[in-house]
Design a protein around this ligand. Structure first.
Ligand code: GLC
Length: 731
């Protein structure tokens, strides 16, 4: 539909019809088994069901076709309904959770993955995904760190931008693309105490320097939608926050798409103590520029009254409705409300999507320890033991449209590689300790102790048979994601007991950790010969993991988040500030910034990961020792594969601004390149340092660089390498 026709449609709509285009209701209003991803709300009345502009949480080609047919017949102007869904890391073919994808340091791969997700979801009638989640996360206690790509603004910016491009494909009218939604705007990951939905306490400096960056970069790729977050910023809920939504998002970032609230977030401004009642909440959300009210009922109940009273102008209403109609138009829904879906076929897992998922799994795995060449596995007797050894539940709590039966378990993967007589499996223990509270309720099972004693005896026997034990442990998928904050980052006691008892057998232990967040792994690492982080690997988990365990693929993942010695260090991140009394490199001394009982830094730091081969970094070089605002400097380093097998190195560039009108982090990731090297092969890796890379939020509130001294590292993680110095000078 062209612009004129769209404007004519808008003009022809009643106020009630306009208001309802700004209302989103749960999919359960149309289908009983819809996925409810928020606080359930009362049934919508028939009028709302008939006129609501969009719905969420349902998928399936035939099902959505039927709903759309009924809906459009009844709608006075036959405006199509928009179907939205959380396709966070997969629809039918589930990829590793976003934190695992962050570990691959592979934005190109993330773009391909997003395109595959869009293809599958669009085949099932979905128009919009609530992804990428672009929240910066420095606190492992927050369960939603699993949905992020980690603690670094630069990596998150590249990943979020790549995912928007992958989902949308540059042309939303292409029926195999879908609209992206950058969320949760803004700074949801800074919730105090790592406790979900909590307030944030951020200076504008920190907000702009770190937390806003990835949203801003992703918005440059023109996502169709942005979602508000549940938290407050500067004491105002994001959903009613005109500084965030008007000044930053609309004016500074230039976002022109649809702004949707998170589930119930409009109404929750009453709980926050920011709105007197739901009518006031509706007014405050409209004034902040929220176009769609997700499932709170505030707009459907009060907005028409607010418009009629003049509290909300017709102009403001029309602008919001026009954005929603334009989004539907960009998706081609007016020309084809079904976007060409084959109702009989729907979405299927294909060999191609499985191969992409398998490769993504292999790239996401992070090898943290590998003593005496424990990995790759030898052709000998291998026992796969633990609650993650043969479970199909390898996807996160945000992959509900994926089907577990499609998942390849670790043991199934092993069974395709080894002879049946050479491998054995044993559960070893339950996933959880008795009475553990998860995001889906309290876990309790009868005879829990007896069952675990039996499983342990069986596991020890299996271990005694084996040469190597592959111990598959981790955090249950219901312990990360939304409303899943934790104060303890240790593995369940029952899993640690299993580890200690297997250790007593004296066998080689390769420990695989499945998790949606950093965990406390000092004890686990000390007792294991090898330690491999597998995240929540999804449909092709067993295959991708076996490709690495057997050495078919050398591990190449790098940590996108810092793994702490203890939860007491959280929030923990590498790009810290020096303080006036930095802890000396040589070790802690009195009157310096340190803990008496722990290191300052991470047990396993950001950017860290081992390979099956070894890499030697030559002496890094700079093309010049100073640059002006018009010049660049090239930083280079030679990297050689000094081992016996091929491997991928992720060469990282960090920069430090040694002084500025505001303090600057001791290191900031400013570039990375993944290179593949065969044994003996050497490659020179170069990065161009440009003035705009040195800009920051200066004391007088500008995005500028300032002349002065800088250090740069070209290295293998956020803690190593030698610093080179250069100056930025005014020309
Ligand atoms: C949830 C989440 C958000 C999700 C939305 C729709 O509350 O916070 O990430 O996209 O509701 O499911």
């Amino acid at each position: 539909m062209d612009k004129k026709a769209l404007e004519a449609l808008l003009h022809d709509m009643s106020t009630e019809e306009k208001v309802m285009q700004l209302v989103q209701i749960p999919g359960s209003e149309y289908e009983a088994d819809a996925e409810i991803t928020g606080v359930e709300r009362g049934r919508a009345d028939e009028k709302v069901k008939r006129l609501a502009g969009s719905t969420l949480g349902i998928w399936g080609a035939q099902r959505l076709k039927n709903i759309q047919e009924r809906y459009m017949k009844e709608h006075p102007h036959h405006i199509p309904l928009m179907f939205m869904l959380d396709v966070i890391h997969g629809h039918k073919t589930v990829l590793p959770c976003p934190l695992g994808q962050g570990a691959a340091f592979d934005p190109e791969g993330a773009e391909k993955g997003a395109a595959m997700q869009a293809y599958e979801a669009a085949e099932d009638g979905v128009h919009v995904t609530f992804s990428p989640m672009s929240d910066l996360c420095r606190d492992a206690r927050w369960g939603r760190i699993m949905e992020s790509t980690g603690e670094d603004k630069y990596l998150n910016s590249l990943m979020a931008s790549a995912m928007v491009e992958g989902y949308q494909g540059g042309d939303l009218k292409d029926p195999r693309h879908m609209a992206a939604c950058v969320k949760h705007f803004a700074a949801y990951g800074a919730c105090e105490g790592g406790r979900d939905y909590n307030n944030t306490e951020l200076s504008e400096h920190t907000l702009r320097e770190h937390y806003l960056r990835a949203y801003g970069e992703a918005v440059k790729k023109k996502p169709a939608m942005v979602m508000t977050s549940f938290n407050t910023v500067n004491g105002i809920p994001a959903t009613g926050n005109t500084f965030l939504m008007k000044k930053i998002l609309r004016e500074e970032f230039g976002f022109q798409g649809v702004l949707i609230s998170d589930w119930g977030a409009v109404g929750e401004m009453v709980n926050h103590g920011y709105a007197e009642d739901k009518k006031d909440a509706a007014l405050k959300a409209m004034n902040a520029g929220v176009d769609i009210d997700m499932c709170s009922g505030c707009y459907s109940t009060y907005l028409e009254e607010l418009v009629k009273s003049g509290a909300v102008s017709e102009k403001m209403l029309d602008e919001a409705v026009y954005r929603v109609l334009s989004m539907k138009n960009d998706l081609g829904l007016f020309e084809d409300p079904f976007r060409g879906i084959d109702a009989e076929k729907g979405a299927t897992v294909t060999g191609e999507s499985r191969q992409l998922a398998r490769e993504t799994v292999a790239k996401s795995l992070v090898l943290l320890e590998n003593r005496n060449g424990a990995l790759p596995l030898r052709k000998e007797k291998n026992a796969f033991i633990g609650p993650y050894a043969n479970t199909k539940k390898l996807q996160s709590s945000w992959a509900f449209s994926g089907d577990d039966e499609n998942t390849v378990t670790v043991f199934e993967g092993a069974s395709e590689v080894y002879e049946p007589d050479d491998i054995r499996f044993s559960n070893g223990c339950t996933m959880l300790d008795q009475d553990t509270v998860t995001a889906r309720g309290k876990y309790h099972t009868d005879n829990w102790q007896e069952e675990n004693d039996r499983l342990l005896r069986e596991a020890v026997k299996t271990a005694e048979w084996a040469d190597t034990v592959i111990l598959c442990l981790g955090e249950d998928s219901t312990q990360s994601g939304e409303a899943a904050s934790k104060t303890c980052l240790k593995l369940p006691a029952v899993q640690l007991r299993l580890l200690h008892e297997i250790k007593k057998t004296g066998k080689r232990i390769v420990t695989l950790i499945f998790t949606g967040r950093p965990l406390e792994l000092k004890e686990v690492g000390d007792l294991s010969d090898a330690l491999l982080i597998c995240w929540l690997p999804g449909t092709e988990g067993g295959h991708g993991i076996m490709d690495v365990l057997t050495g078919k693929v050398s591990p190449s993942g790098r940590l996108p988040v810092s793994f702490p010695y203890t939860v007491g260090q959280e929030p923990l991140h590498y790009d810290i500030y020096s303080t006036g009394r930095p802890r000396p490199e040589s070790g802690p001394t009195e009157f310096t910034s340190r803990y008496l009982d722990c290191e300052n830094g991470a047990l396993y730091p950001f950017g860290y990961g081992l390979s099956y081969t070894s890499f030697e970094y030559g002496k890094p070089e700079l093309s010049a020792e100073k640059m002006t605002y018009e010049e660049n400097i090239t930083a280079s380093v030679k990297v050689r594969n000094t081992g016996k097998v091929p491997g991928d190195a992720t060469v990282q560039m960090y920069i430090r601004d040694l002084s500025g009108s505001r303090i600057r982090p001791v290191r900031e990731l400013a570039g990375f390149k993944r290179i593949s090297l065969n044994p003996g092969e050497e490659e020179e890796v170069s990065f161009v340092i440009k003035e705009e890379m040195l800009r920051f939020w200066t004391a007088d509130g500008k995005w500028e660089s300032e002349p002065g001294k800088f250090h740069v590292w070209l290295c293998d993680s956020s803690i190593d390498g030698e610093a080179l110095e250069f100056r930025l000078e005014k020309s």
